[in-house]
Design a protein around this ligand. Sequence first.
Ligand code: FA5
Length: 344
Amino acid sequence: QFEQKVGGLTNQADILNLKSEFIGKKGLISEVLKSLKDATPEQRKAIGPKANDIKNNITDMVAAKLTAIEAQEINEKLASSRIDISLTDDVKEGSSLGGGFHPRTLIQREIEDIFLSMGFDILDGPHIEDEFHNFEALNIPSDHPARDMQDTFWFHDPNAQSDEKKFLLRTHTSTIQVRGMRSRKPPFKFIAPGTVFRCERTDASHEMVFNQLEGMMVGEDISVSHLIYFMKTILKEIFKKDVEVRLRPGFFPFVEPGFELDIKCLICSGNGCSVCKQVGWVELLPCGMVHPNVLKAGGIDSEKYNGFAFGLGLDRLVMMKYGIDDIRHLQSGDLRFNTQFKTF
Ligand code: FA5
């Protein structure tokens, strides 16, 4: 009877109730055992051991049944609270949960690799600069009109004496030309990527905080053809195709002669858009032969050595490479923009 009844039970309490119905203090078997006191010795001998066997059997069956139920409960709990630590395919392929590089980082690294392979060093410099490194050593004295070409964020100290050193947020990475020249002996060549700051109105191709990549090569008998070779190589490697460029005279006090290298706007294919201000060309890579005054300020013998320098507009290069029609997307922090460039 017990075996039949317990088979259908799945609940611990029901099983324990059934157990006490049979072998509890007032259960059926206990009643049988109790009644033995009035039985004959033969009856006791026959019934006693049997009743005890049944009691033991029931105890064993209950224990087995309870163990099985407990095991089942543990398994169910494990299954429902299991944490899947394996990577799902969407994460592997770059969902919003995965990381990635900013397009500027991707291009910067690519350019760094190209220049490293050509034997250039990579230099860095401070964002907060003094007047000497940002202007004077670059042949831009304080009364020079070229200072107006770059609207400057000055640090203002109301207690400063008029002849004290003034500080600013660097307006170009050319400051690192000065630091590079003063820390090494010719011949040398280096690039210096970095953020620069200008107090300018923003539009589709202008930011207040943007990035340049400076380059400088100093040695004996360096000519404009070296400069053009390096400029062409870098553009070819980056765009992996021939892009239309034009070289025109450009004025920068720190180079002589100076050039502006423009690229045919890849957003509008030269037809005119807000990025190229409808002219079809984008100013990308000003460059030139280093002015002797700059070499001198850098502690270099300008009779013996010469060199070239360039200041690539990194954000504009990124825009041309990826067809980005507004520079402000780059710093927007908008994930819909950033996640398009996932590389892993
Ligand atoms: C300079 O800053 C010079 N130091 C570059 C140079 C270096 C010339 C060495 C000669 C030799 P310019 O102000 O033109 O030059 O800026 C260089 C490049 O930075 C521009 O061609 C353009 O691509 C980018 N640029 C300039 N202003 C902005 C801006 N507001 N937002 C985004 N990119 C800019």
